[in-house]
Write a protein that binds this ligand. Sequence first.
Ligand code: NDP
Length: 342
Amino acid sequence: NKQVILKDHIHGPPKESDLEVRISSVLPKAPPGSKAVLVKNIYLSVDPYQAILMQKIEDHPDISCFVPGKPLKGYGVAEVIDSDHPDYKPGDLVWGITGWEEYSLITEGFSDTRPLQRLLHIVDTDVPLSYYTGLLGIPGLTAYAGLFEVCSPKEGERVYVSAAAGAVGQLVGQFAKLSGCYVVGSAGSNEKVEMLKDKLGFDDAINYKEEKDLTAALKRCFPQGIDIYFDNVGGKTLEAALNNMKMKGRVVLCGMISTYHDQTIGVNNLVMAIFNRVRIEGFAVLDFCEQHPKYLDFVLPLVRGGKVRYIEDMVEGLENAPAALVGLFSGRNLGKQVLKIA
Ligand code: NDP
């Protein structure tokens, strides 16, 4: 059983050498009476929060950090191989929290009443199964709830989304377009900028790495100001957006990838939120998991009808998992980072 193991808790940005790909000769089994389910993992989701969980964070109710010597955990798509649980049988396709390994023995979460904490059966198989790591999974729900529940976009409003070419951002932009908004995204390469404009229907996009003054760049894109800023990045990007918010604008703080490993990176112009009466709201998808069925009802017809597209960056093999995870922090991924392992 090939596994991706955390060597030790990290301090600072993740490095490939913080993880080790090991082969364990023990293949887990679902012992009788255990109610455990043995799955063969097919696709694993590679997410920024996993690098946060490689640190040691104590005393936070929502955060359960990875354990050194054990495989990383995360959402994945898998096939049931063996089961002692009445709700799962061999051959079932499922998605949920699994391990960064070829085979995982799922022993917990079955009685968890919180939605999306249990292994879920995949019912809709006419779309790529890998979509359950992104479009149909947590990143999709994040885009949907973060935009619609927190920001309530209205036709004609002007929306800015950062990390726009990623798992969440590409959907925020498309959902805002479907709501009749004017949408601008920022991303870290010209290839991503082209993708946003040509493939995903953004009205405009900028390569923030080539802009000397991001505040000025956003002023160029939003001469009348920003109504909604969907923040995936924090730090200097948030600063530049705050300088451009319209009176009574809304900012949803979804992610702060530029500051995850350096909490000293602050935002110096919060006073702009007062000047412009901006509402800034922190968002955690965990609070919206019960909306997942409603989200699927919303998004599946759009996907089937070709109204929403989803770009994936598919990397094969567990040996490439460390590079894929570390690569999120330098923008190596073009679209949702997925790991295909079977
Ligand atoms: P992405 O697929 O967008 O991958 C991360 C992207 O962030 C990279 O591709 C890179 O793109 C960009 N990035 C990395 N470092 C920096 C930096 N220093 N400055 C600016 N951009 C950077 O990831 P996700 O879509 O999965 O996640 C997006 C954000 O949403 C993350 O912050 C994540 O933690 C957060 N999130 C929050 C959730 C919640 O419940 N609040 C749930 C899910 C995600 P580029 O080339 O453009 O730099």
